[in-house]
Design a protein around this ligand. Structure first.
Ligand SMILES: [Zn+2]
Length: 349
């Protein structure tokens, strides 16, 4: 028991973890160390890449009163980590700091930013820096963005804005141009594997998660833990890629006929399983990524022509189109099964 508890423990993320982001990290750390940081940063990149984590760590760095920042030990670091530092203001849709703003709003309205501006105009509680983190910054209404722009144009000394978004194109260009860009990139495979391993995910599942997570550590962690997904994927592998003869098609389509509510997920699964084979063929994944497939498919991953993979992908697209038309779901499944069966038989010895 003690051992598994240790395995599941993982160190809290640290700024140094972002070193694998390369130039983005080097540039940021230089400005932080030299104290030459700007008054507004725009942290962007796809979902699950660690944008909010980076913002939180930067905020901790900026308020830390220790020498080796962020020291993790001083009162400011502890408060920052626990989310109750008085000079770190967190703005996000649905959890307004302005009590007059409706909590049901999906956007960040102008009243919320007015409140931020008012706070930013006051002295800090602790006498140090103030950090304003705006999560989902693209959810600011145009009016809110214009209100923020005024503050960014005349920054208060000691106040740093961290705008976090995965859709920077929805921000006013005047806001973007006032910010230093920090764009996070997909993480390398080894980093994701290490993060999954630190959370007790088995090696095999960790490797299977890699092609599905698009370089996102956040997505990898949630996907690896999604038991319903892995259960369905195993069934899809068995029923769609393990089919031995035409005589089984009717039986299998009969099973999936009953699962019409999972039709979209099923087609996504089939597509992902084909894509994994293609990535091995292209040399972008190791052969071990498809070791659970029946031997015929593994052979295709080694020797198949690219056009054969494209044709399988087309079959999935066609299934999506047919599903949207008048064709019965069972007929769609049968057609797809038949196509996979044909391809598999080419690679069976
Ligand atoms: Zn500290």
């Amino acid at each position: 028991m003690a051992q598994s508890a240790t395995q599941n423990q993982h160190a809290a993320p640290a700024l140094l973890d972002f070193a694998r982001q390369g130039a983005v990290y080097d540039g940021l750390m230089n400005t932080l160390r030299q104290g030459s940081f700007v008054h507004a940063y725009l942290i962007s990149g796809g979902a699950g890449l660690g944008k909010r984590t980076l913002a939180a760590l930067m905020a901790q760095y900026l308020v830390c009163t220790g020498t080796d920042k962020p020291c993790g030990q001083c009162a400011a670091c502890v408060q920052a980590r626990e989310g109750n530092h008085p000079d770190i203001i967190l703005v996000r849709p649905g959890e307004p700091i302005n009590p007059r703003v409706d909590r049901g709003l999906k956007s960040i309205p102008v009243d919320e930013i007015r409140q931020v501006n008012e706070l930013a105009g006051r002295h800090t509680f602790e006498g140090g820096r103030r950090v304003v983190i705006i999560q989902s910054a693209h959810q600011m209404t145009t009016q809110a963005q214009n209100a923020l722009l005024k503050t960014l144009e005349e920054p208060m000394p000691g106040t740093v804005f961290l705008l976090v978004t995965d859709a920077p194109e929805l921000l006013l260009t005047t806001i973007v141009s006032r910010c230093r860009a920090l764009k996070l990139h997909p993480w390398p495979d080894e980093t994701i594997l290490a993060a999954l391993k630190a959370r007790g995910v088995a090696e095999g599942r960790a490797r299977e998660t890699l092609p599905l997570c698009g370089g996102s550590i956040g997505r990898a962690i949630s996907m690896a833990a999604d038991e319903a997904y892995w259960q369905r994927r195993q069934e899809v592998m068995r029923d769609f890629f393990g089919l031995e003869s035409r005589s089984e098609i009717l039986r299998v389509s009969g099973v999936w006929k009953e699962r019409r509510d999972a039709a979209a997920e099923l087609l996504d699964d089939v597509e992902e399983l084909i894509r994994a084979l293609l990535l091995v063929r292209l040399g972008q994944r190791e052969a071990s990524a498809v070791s659970e497939y029946p031997e015929a498919w593994q052979r295709m991953a080694r020797e198949g022509g690219i056009s054969a993979f494209a044709s399988l992908m087309d079959a999935v697209s066609q299934a999506r189109r047919l599903r949207a038309s008048q064709v019965t779901w069972q007929a769609v499944v049968e057609k797809l099964l038949l196509r996979l069966m044909e391809e598999k038989s080419k690679w069976s010895m």
